[in-house]
Design a protein around this ligand. Structure first.
Ligand code: IDC
Length: 450
């Protein structure tokens, strides 16, 4: 069982004596992060990575609406702004169901108009807030995207034409194909992509994959530079098996976008699995893969980010969030290591070691905790490193990833693996993760890098 999540941010050690102004520091910290280019929001694909005009990696992190017909009240500028601030996200996904509950294809013309107006408002608010927005053709019970292809063609023709000059839109053309093959999805994609390309030659397009957007490893890439393939997971249902598919696909050079995930089970309800969710998000962060969590609503289901009594649409307090909402908010914000926190606790320096306790729980009367360490290098390129973290109590390492280690008394000596030995200037290497077991709750006494 998990105890309350404790997220302690310890920024501990600084080497070197160059002094940077806090502005310089903030700038370099933002380099690989979210929203940083006011002139252009245009995104490109370079290999499997999303990059901006300058070629810097951009990781989109966001929240998805529930069905637009279900919860239209959350498509307001104030809602998006509150969520942007509370979760430090840069993306909103507008989920427009095609068949379920007043879906675009199952409802009438008036309903279609209302849905398009909601999309129009969502697109506009995202732009005003300097965020990305995903227009999601949310197929689900219709399984095969070819079923409603005629409506889809008209819809994307209209959207791409209307928004041809907007740089902050991504098009997701089929949420979760199921009971259908990649061949059929491909046939569909080959009809829809050219329609979007008529008006917009390089906007990013996300294509769903077979089996509710899970079979990313078996597809063949489409003939277009700017396509990503959807992988969706629900942490209490989809675990190591699906992470393996993810890794296989990335190794094959297939660009992945996690346009929907939940930390509960695949029904969108049921129990929350924080341990698996942490493994997933750490993996995505390590690989700079973008992700969007399901869902912005107060429906009485565990994937909803608000608790079911909430009736406000902005200015949310901590108690307005559900357990999922709180956990996601914590993960999104701590993981980003906000500049404010860094500046508060830092002296000026060149290399920072950030030791972050993400989760803790009890197992067989032992204290278990997941820790994540990252290195933020503002000095010169380092070709090798050793980190020593000293705790106040003895411990054992029960799992670890992305480093090698030895233990000396209460000190953990961490060394790189072959792929993260070198750290370039202004590069952060994160996700040196581990699960530590101890009799007493651990606190960090010191952390140094050599
Ligand atoms: C679920 C909603 C639920 C709604 C249902 C409709 O959470 O309130 O009644 O859809 O069928 C998906 C889908 C997404 C699902 C979600 C949870 O993309 O539409 O939302 N899920 O089941 N794929 C895997 C899980």
């Amino acid at each position: 069982m998990f105890k309350k999540i404790i997220c302690i941010l310890l920024v501990i050690f600084i080497v070197g004596c160059h002094h940077q102004s806090s502005n310089d520091k903030q700038q370099s910290q933002l380099k690989e992060e979210t929203i940083q280019d006011n002139q252009s929001k245009k995104l490109y694909l370079k290999g499997t990575q999303i990059v901006d005009k300058q070629g810097n990696n951009v990781q989109l992190k966001g929240l998805s609406t529930h069905g637009l017909s279900w919860f239209p009240e959350y498509v307001t500028k104030e809602t998006f702004q509150s969520l942007k601030e509370d979760f430090q996200i840069n993306t909103i996904r507008l989920a427009m169901y095609t068949e379920e509950y007043n879906g675009y294809c199952s409802g009438d013309e008036k309903n279609r108009e209302e849905l398009k107006q909601l999309i129009d408002r969502g697109v506009q608010y995202a732009k005003e807030l300097d965020m990305y927005v995903i227009i999601d053709w949310h197929i689900l019970s219709d399984g095969n995207p070819l079923k409603n292809i005629e409506e889809s063609k008209k819809f994307f023709d209209e959207m791409a034409q209307k928004y041809k000059d907007e740089e902050h839109i991504l098009y997701e053309i089929c949420n979760e194909p199921n009971q259908t093959s990649w061949q059929e999805i491909e046939t569909y994609a080959k009809e829809i992509i050219p329609i979007i390309r008529k008006y917009n030659k390089d906007a990013l397009i996300i294509v769903g994959t077979p089996n509710w957007s899970q079979e990313v490893d078996t597809i063949t890439k489409l003939d277009d530079q700017n396509i990503l393939y959807a992988l969706h997971f629900y942490a209490d249902t989809h675990k190591e098996d699906l992470r393996l598919k993810f890794k296989t696909a990335l190794d094959k050079g297939i660009p992945i976008f996690v346009s929907e995930f939940g930390i509960c089970d695949a029904s969108g309800n049921g129990s929350i699995n924080k341990e698996e969710a942490t493994k997933w998000l750490n993996l995505l962060d390590e690989n700079h893969v973008s992700y969007v969590a399901w869902n912005i609503s107060h429906k009485s289901e565990t994937s909803a980010i608000f608790n079911s009594q909430v009736n406000k649409t902005s200015g949310f307090l901590d108690d307005d969030y559900s357990e999922s909402g709180k956990w996601l908010k914590d993960y999104f914000t701590h993981n980003e290591v906000s500049s404010d926190k860094k500046n508060e606790s830092l002296n000026n320096g060149d290399i920072e070691i950030i030791v972050n306790k993400e989760n803790s729980w009890q197992e067989n009367q032992k204290n278990m905790a997941q820790w994540v360490v990252s290195i933020d290098n503002h000095k010169e390129t380092i070709s090798d490193w050793t980190i020593q973290i000293t705790f106040d109590n003895p411990f054992e390492v029960s799992q670890y990833w992305n480093f090698e280690y030895q233990i000396d008394g209460n000190t953990l000596i961490m060394k790189p693996t072959d792929y993260n030995q070198e750290i370039k200037i202004n590069e952060t290497i994160g996700q040196l993760g581990m699960i530590l077991k101890s009799d007493n709750e651990l606190k960090v006494k010191s952390a140094i890098i050599k």
